[in-house]
Structure formats: C-alpha cells, structure tokens
Design a protein around this ligand. Structure first.
Ligand code: BTN
Length: 247
C-alpha cells in the first residue's frame, strides 16, 4: 500500500478522483494511493462534508481489491482499516486514542479523523474498494462549530508532524491489517477492534428515534451493527439509527 502514490495539489475529493480512474478502467495496482494537499469538497459519512485546512492535514484514498471478502463481511474491511489507523495514532499520541463506532478516530472525546469506504460489488464479492481517510494533523484551529468536537495531532502534541512520514506509517499498518484480513482471522480482528471501541463497557447516553436512553456498548456483530446493552438486554443498531449524546 502506497508504492504507487499520486499526489495532487487540489481536488474535489480523493475518493471521487480515484473512483473516476477506476470506472474509466485505468489499470491501477492494488494499494494505489491518491493524496491531495487541498481537498475542497471532501465527503464524510452520511452525506456530511469533510473540511480540512489545505496543506496541513492528510486526505487520501487507497485502492484495495478485496475480492476474497464476501459482501456480508464488508464491515471487516472498515474494522481492519480502523484498527490500523488507531494503532499508528496510539504510537504517536498514547492510550487516549480510540475508535468510535463504526470508524471514527478519536482522542479522548474529540474526533481526530474519519474513514469513508466505498465498495463496488460484483455479485456476492467486492471488486474494488476505495478507502478514504481524513486525519487532522497540523491544523491548529477549527471553525466555531467544530472547536469542541474536533482535535488534531498538533493540538495534542503542540508540534507539527511530517505528513508524508505519517502517511507512510498508516499505509504500512493498513497493509499489515489487510493481510491479516486476507488470512480470514475474523474473530481475532473483531476482538482487537472491540477492545479499542470508544465507550466500551461504559454506561453512556444514546438516542434513537428521538428517545434518549442509557446503554453500555458491548461489541459489534459481523454485519457491523453496534451491540448495546440496556437493562441487561443486548440490542443491535445500525449507524443511521443511533446517535451518541454528549454527557
Ligand atoms: C467521516 O468521518 O465522516 C469520514 C471522513 C472521510 C474523509 C476522507 S478525506 C479523503 C477521502 N476523500 C473524501 O472525500 N473523503 C475521504
């Protein structure tokens, strides 16, 4: 991963750019990475926008071809990529890092980065997977509405980090987790992921259909549903259903 690196100075979204190359049948090796200094129309989960100050952050997309992964195991790619990024962030930032389900990268109660994976399916398998990763690295300030919820490596360490070195570390860790995924060690991967989950085993407030309840995150299902215990009963939620509340 990252051997074939295409660096762009500006692009709407690295995911879009890579998706266009792939759909124009551009012969790209697996592991190709598209990165951009300035991504001016970055996309996040659930139609959110992803904003990052140009030249200060990592915004990139990796092309993977996980043809070995059945569609009903798609979530295991999200899980592997999240573990990989979290591993690298933990090395530089310490134990306060976690993965907020399904694949947000957290430090304490603040978001450091996110992942947007877009798969092309053929029958029951995944043909191409565009793994988009955005990490707040050297950005010092966030706009008003993000100051409470977002953070960056700079804000935590009070120093700049070399973007290309960090990119290289993430690429090699993604590769290593991807190889584990390929060997089919799903149970191990899931245990590893659950272990790193934000709010694991801690009572916290969640909201579903306008109703607030206290629950305790216990794990995830193979399909990626979040398992939350409420009054001793285990409930499963998909990510459109459940909101984490501040507490
Ligand atoms: C999220 O947390 O909602 C996911 C954010 C994903 C952002 C990255 S930045 C590189 C890639 N290109 C995009 O347009 N989005 C992803």
């Amino acid at each position: 991963v990252g051997q074939n690196l295409i660096k762009l100075s500006a692009v709407d979204s690295t995911n879009n750019f890579l998706k266009n190359l792939v759909s124009n049948s551009e012969p790209l090796p697996e592991g190709t990475v598209i990165m951009a200094d300035d991504q001016f129309a970055g996309r996040g989960q659930q139609n959110n926008v992803w904003k990052a100050e140009p030249g200060k952050n990592l915004t990139f997309s990796i092309l993977l071809k996980p043809t070995f992964l059945a569609v009903d195991k798609q979530f295991f790619l999200n899980l592997s990529v999240s573990i990989a990024i979290n591993n690298v962030l933990t090395r530089i930032l310490g134990k306060n890092t976690s993965i907020k389900w399904p694949n947000d990268l957290y430090f304490g109660d603040q978001k450091l980065g996110g992942v947007l994976i877009e798969n092309t399916l053929v029958g029951n398998t995944i043909k191409n997977s565009i793994v988009g990763i955005g990490i707040n690295v050297n950005q010092q300030h966030f706009e008003e509405e993000l100051t409470v919820t977002a953070t960056s490596v700079f804000q935590i360490l009070q120093k700049d980090v070399n973007l290309l070195n960090l990119l290289a570390d993430i690429c090699s860790e993604v590769e290593s987790l991807y190889l584990q995924l390929r060997t089919g060690k799903h149970t191990n991967l899931k245990e590893n992921y659950v272990d790193k989950l934000y709010h694991l085993n801690k009572p916290a407030l969640y909201q579903k259909d306008g109703e607030v309840f206290e629950g305790i995150i216990k794990g995830v299902s193979d399909a990626g549903l979040l398992q939350v215990e409420q009054h001793g009963e285990r409930l499963e939620f998909n990510f459109k259903e459940l909101t984490f509340l501040n507490h």
